[in-house]
Design a protein around this ligand. Structure first.
Ligand code: PLP
Length: 452
């Protein structure tokens, strides 16, 4: 079929996520047909370097035969069974054995889902249930952050802080928000360390305003992904942890993007050195090959649910789906046995971060370079010295992204930031291609507005 055919059918039947549908239909989406390693090919044979691992998820890259074989074997052996009532199956049990062998020993239980959004739905219900069992049913407010992203269902949208998503309405009550720790934009005269502490103290102020007896949990991404790949200052997480412990508020990390090696640690909270009570996971759990997510619980929470909770009134038909579990097992084994996460930590991660700093330090369009491991952001700035942002920064970053696309590069534009998160199997050669194509796109954007 021709690309035009696909585009016309696509326009006739689909509403795409987070894009102006009419404008997309006029332009026509790119039709991706094949992937290998970090590269994708469209229906016309054009090759792209995927600098975003799809949606931050194909951690092992494309074309893994071991993952396909694991799915195929499981499809033949036992394509479906469930964890309702009194049954389980080997795939999900062995997945948990693998998963908890990666995690610190204070985590013990998981509730599996099909997506990250659902993981956060489970989180809200489970956290509220935990406090009910402990005789504190009024402790039910969840605090999230403005510009955080936790999914697209009603509850996960409410938990997130994307105001343009809130406008669709229908959100759940008992959610509050504090500001994001975005120093470049909001730090003013404060040092990053002072600003990080200031942002964390907002949590304390919010808890006191709501009454600690009403606050169930605080949730955040260890580094903010969809909100612009924002790394908080080092001072932020220790202070947040101190506040959560002091007021008996559960600390919930959304590891949907940060989990499974992105920063060079298995989980992003390990990179920042704090200890959450729950972890929401998805994406890298299966390298995106098949939908799967989950909520990981600490022993403290699990013990209460198991020993005192009675019936856990929550279930999904596909929770712990055997085929997804089989793919997740193969994925975790490959990430570990091939030393993928370790390589991100000691080799490819530092290499990418160093290359970006060498190439973009002093660039007239770039005010900040952030990242660790294989995730990074370039902040556009009208005057990098004073951290002035462009009034039309979103237009500029989307222009940069589109130049990249035309040159066979996929990177992401969010607000004033260009984001990259390549597959964790990236070689130095792949990363050289990523950096040089990004440079080309940023330079052309700079030339178009006359600053280069
Ligand atoms: N949490 C975070 C941090 C995410 O980035 C996302 C998706 O991008 C989600 C949750 C939602 O995951 P899903 O799209 O699988 O529902």
């Amino acid at each position: 079929r021709s690309t035009r055919d696909y585009q016309q059918l696509d326009a006739a039947h689909h509403i795409h996520a987070f894009v102006d549908q009419k404008a997309l239909n006029a332009e026509g989406p790119r039709v991706m047909v094949r992937g290998e390693g970090l590269h994708l090919w469209d229906n016309d044979g054009k090759r792209y370097l995927d600098g975003m691992s799809g949606l931050w998820c194909t951690n092992l890259g494309y074309g893994r035969k071991d993952l396909a074989a694991a799915a195929s074997r499981q499809l033949e052996q036992l394509p479906y069974y469930n964890m309702f009532f009194h049954t389980t199956h080997p795939a999900v049990v062995e997945l948990s054995e693998q998963l908890f062998s990666l995690l610190p020993s204070h985590y013990s239980h998981a509730v599996y889902t099909n997506s990250g959004s659902e993981a956060n739905e489970v989180l809200i219900r489970t956290v509220r249930r935990y406090w009910q069992i402990l005789g504190k049913p009024q402790k039910k407010v969840m605090i999230g952050r403005w510009n955080g992203y936790h999914g697209s269902t009603l509850a996960s949208t409410a938990l997130g802080g994307m105001k343009f998503m809130h406008e669709m309405g229908g959100l759940i009550p008992d959610i509050a928000h504090i500001d994001e720790p975005y120093w470049f934009a909001a730090g003013g005269e404060l040092s990053p360390a002072e600003f990080g502490r200031r942002c964390a103290l907002q949590l304390e102020e919010k808890i006191l305003e709501l009454g600690a007896e009403n606050v169930a949990a605080f949730i955040a991404e260890p580094f903010q992904g969809a909100g612009g790949m924002i790394f908080p200052p080092q001072s932020y997480w220790p202070e947040i942890q101190r506040i959560c412990r002091q007021y008996d508020v559960l600390l919930c990390a959304d590891e949907v993007i940060g989990g499974f090696g992105r920063t060079g640690e298995w989980f992003a909270h390990q990179h920042f050195g704090f200890q959450p009570d729950t972890l929401s996971i998805a994406k890298g759990l299966t390298s995106g090959y098949i939908p799967m997510g989950g909520l990981v619980l600490s022993k403290r929470i699990a013990e209460v649910l198991v020993e005192q909770g009675g019936v856990y009134a929550h279930g999904l038909t596909y929770s712990g789906h055997p085929v997804a579990a089989a793919v997740a097992i193969a994925n975790i084994k490959a990430l570990r046995d091939e030393g993928v996460v370790e390589r991100v930590k000691v080799d490819t991660g530092p290499y990418l971060q160093q290359c970006l700093r060498e190439v973009f330090a002093g660039h007239p369009l770039i005010g900040e370079i952030q990242g660790s491991g294989l995730v990074a952001a370039l902040q556009f700035s009208e005057d990098p010295a004073s951290r002035k942002r462009f009034a039309n920064e979103t237009d500029l970053t989307w222009r940069c992204r589109s130049i990249g696309f035309d040159n066979g590069l996929i990177i992401r534009a969010t607000g004033g930031r260009m984001i990259m998160a390549p597959a964790l199997v990236a070689t130095r050669t792949d990363l050289d291609e990523l950096v040089s194509k990004t440079k080309l796109a940023v330079d052309q954007t700079a030339r178009e507005i006359g600053v280069l």
